[in-house]
Design a protein around this ligand. Structure first.
Ligand code: ATP
Ligand code: MG
Length: 405
């Protein structure tokens, strides 16, 4: 069927006036962003729903984008028809024929905002039901839990018919929760944490530490490509690359092995916080999960978190690895995350990091370093790149590599 519109129902919407306006305005902006390749589409955000007029754009393609937009509870592709019984019957039948399978139950559900229309909702329900029974075999009506609901809406300008109710991504429109920095590695956890932050409406900018020449261009590109996958949920995400080699070399030289990891993490968090402040972002997110590795025990978090009072949010803190992996598969980051390009932390990881580092010791060892100078030089080397949905960084690189052979 050639759908003409999509009707969008809002998600968890705070009912207060200004918030509601902000929610709807952001959502409309975000939908516009993900549908930018279809200039013919019109978006009409209303108080209770949003109408997307397709003007010939194929629903199947639009659907691929819409299902990733946070703030949408459910949506239905609909067909606009003239306000005559014949037109309604004809389209209703065509839609039913397309979606109905033997053994399914259905019901007709009519609403009308045009109270001058020739038939009221009961009459329309009955007449349409009868018409469908006449023209289709094996139909069965079920009022409480039907498999299919044929929705007919009689409005002032036309009648709108749909028979699918699709689930949206839920959550809140990206941007309604302000903006934060996200510490993104190339691993499994931080992309999932990114997705969860976006889902709560927080716009994010990625902060990624890399250590050339100890880490490869591929590791950096992997983090960028992960950002490209996540940009599907945000429209666009800034990727901030921070050079980290000098800090790691210095720490390795001056800090006892048991505290290498703790001091490195303190530097990462300091840098993330400086970038946050510079860009007027509100919080820091990361992909830590309690107890997963030595740096993620509560003792470690205490020794690391000491460098800032900015809120550090950890969306996957209480999730099991298997739960995180399941989400990573669902959002499409898993296959890329398990590609073995080592990032800066694996290269300088001590064989036996302390699982219970002491805060006073961490401070004491760190005091041997020129903290300010190291931070200043790293900050001077940051590079910001805006990344768009599904932008690729590894494929190009592979093509270049083969070209060189
Ligand atoms: P992930 O799967 O996200 O890499 P992990 O379980 O491997 O997490 P760690 O490597 O200890 O755990 O990292 C913990 C968190 O620290 C990461 O989730 C991420 O938020 C941050 N982090 C680690 N390495 C980097 C990096 N190179 N750049 C930016 N953030 C990082
Ligand atoms: Mg990691």
């Amino acid at each position: 069927m050639k759908y003409t519109e999509v009707m969008v129902r809002y998600g968890e919407l705070s009912t207060k006036g200004k918030n509601r306006k902000d929610f709807i305005g952001r959502l409309a902006g975000n939908v516009t962003k993900v549908l930018r390749d279809y200039p013919q589409i019109e978006i009409h955000p209303k108080h209770d729903r949003m109408h997307i007029v397709l003007n010939g754009a194929p629903f199947e393609e639009v659907d691929q984008h819409l299902k990733k937009v946070f703030g949408i509870q459910t949506y239905s592709p609909t067909i606009k028809v003239e306000k005559t019984l014949e037109a309604i019957e004809e389209t209703a039948l065509a839609l039913m024929k397309e979606t109905f399978k033997k053994g399914m139950t259905f019901k007709v559900n009519t609403r009308r905002s045009d109270h001058h229309f020739t038939y009221d909702t009961n009459e329309l329900n009955l007449m349409l039901g009868d018409y469908l029974f006449e023209h289709m075999a094996d139909l069965k009506v079920e009022m409480k839990h039907p498999d299919l609901v044929l929705r007919v809406e009689v409005r002032q300008d036309a009648v709108y018919i749909s028979n699918q109710l699709l689930h949206g991504a839920g959550g809140m429109p990206v941007g309604t929760g302000g903006r934060a920095v996200m510490m993104l590695s190339g691993g499994i956890d931080s992309p999932v944490a990114s997705y969860l932050a976006l889902k709560r409406g927080v716009d994010i900018e990625m902060v990624h530490f890399y250590s050339p020449p100890y880490t490869t261009e591929k590791a950096l590109n992997k983090a960028k490509e992960l950002t490209g996958i996540l940009a599907n949920y945000a429209g666009r995400i800034n990727f901030i690359a921070v050079p980290f080699a000098e800090i790691q070399e210095t720490i390795k030289e001056k800090v006892p092995e048991g505290y290498l990891m703790t001091v490195q993490r303190r530097f990462m968090l300091r840098l993330a916080d400086q970038i946050r402040a510079k860009r007027k972002d509100l919080a820091i997110f990361n992909g830590e999960s309690v107890g997963q590795v030595a740096s993620q025990t509560l003792e470690s978090m205490t020794a690391i978190n000491d460098v800032t009072t900015t809120p550090v949010l950890r969306p996957v803190a209480t999730m099991d690895k298997t739960e995180i992996i399941r989400l990573a598969e669902k959002i499409g980051t898993f296959d890329l995350s398990i590609q073995p390009f080592e990032d800066c932390c694996t290269i300088f990881a001590p064989p036996r990091p302390k699982t219970k580092p002491r805060l006073d010791k961490a401070r004491e060892f760190e005091a041997r370093l020129d903290v300010e100078g190291l931070i200043e030089r790293a900050m001077a080397g940051i590079k910001v790149t805006p990344i768009y949905p599904d932008e690729k960084f590894l494929a190009n690189k592979a093509a270049e590599d083969t070209a060189l052979l």
